[in-house]
Design a binder for this molecule. Structure first.
Ligand SMILES: [Ca+2]
Ligand SMILES: [Ca+2]
Ligand SMILES: [Ca+2]
Length: 258
């Protein structure tokens, strides 16, 4: 009896002492200041963008916690110029879980996916939206926590809702600026033009061929070798590899967990 009581007490202590700890599956650090897309993208001129950095990824991590996958972006400069939370930064994660899928990153990203996705997640402010391979919105109970001081955007996606999680899944992480068209909901990636304007970035083109993405996570060399059988491409090469002549959009590489 005494032994049993001791065991009960021990279990109670364990239950209290072990908080839910997120297990980090992978983390990628990203260079500071490479929020220039193909190398010369600039921010819009409106003072809300200040010194820029709203689309500069510092790190991207994938964690597992209590039956959820967590995607954490750390951004150099999350800002709240209108006291309504983060409205300028928009992040996207495309998840490739099986053969086939959507070969284009949506919401005006203007980019193709090397590994077509079954799910795409978009976040700006406190709004998160998930679409499936048919670009149809799906409600899978995803949520987001934004910490303006730390510059973190943590997206929580219940694993069961996306058919479990497997080690061979691929992930594409990209960041741009959000344009909510003044409506306050989740908008699209803000258009990058040839020459920057008050509300449009510059360094791209005026024909909607260039990607409206300022920063991506580039896989490490060995993963590039594995996926493409060739040498490493830089972010500038990847985001610069579109063609006004043929209309070819850029193709974003995907990240592997191992
Ligand atoms: Ca960066
Ligand atoms: Ca797929
Ligand atoms: Ca980058």
């Amino acid at each position: 009896m005494k032994l049993l009581r001791g065991a009960v007490v021990l279990l109670a202590i364990l239950a209290v002492a072990i908080p839910a700890v997120a297990e980090e599956l992978a983390r990628w650090d990203d260079p500071v200041g490479d929020d220039t897309g193909d190398g010369d993208y600039t921010y819009p001129l409106n003072e809300a963008f200040g010194e820029g950095g709203q689309a500069d990824i510092l790190s991207f991590a994938i964690e597992k916690e209590n039956g959820s996958l967590i995607f954490e972006f750390t951004i150099r400069n999350l800002v709240d110029p209108w006291n309504v939370g983060n409205r300028l930064t928009m992040v996207a994660v495309a998840i490739d879980t099986e053969e086939g899928g959507d070969g284009e990153l949506r919401r005006n990203a203007n980019a193709l996916l090397a590994e077509p996705s079954e799910y795409q997640i978009f976040v700006a402010g406190e709004t998160v939206e998930v679409i499936d391979m048919n670009a149809e919105r799906v409600d899978i109970g995803a949520s987001v926590e934004t910490n303006m001081e730390k510059g973190t955007i943590r997206i929580n996606v219940p694993i069961d809702a996306i058919d479990g999680a497997a080690a061979d899944w691929r992930f594409t992480a990209a960041v741009g600026l959000q344009d909510d068209y003044g409506a306050g909901g989740l908008g699209d990636f803000r258009e990058v033009k040839k020459v920057e304007e008050e509300w449009r970035g510059g360094g791209g083109d005026d024909l909607s061929i260039d990607a409206n993405l300022y920063d991506i996570i580039v896989p490490e060399p060995k993963k590039i070798l594995f996926l493409f059988g060739g040498g490493q491409r830089s972010q500038e090469e990847i985001l610069g590899d579109c063609s006004l002549e043929t209309g070819q959009l850029v193709i974003l590489p995907a990240l592997a967990l191992e």
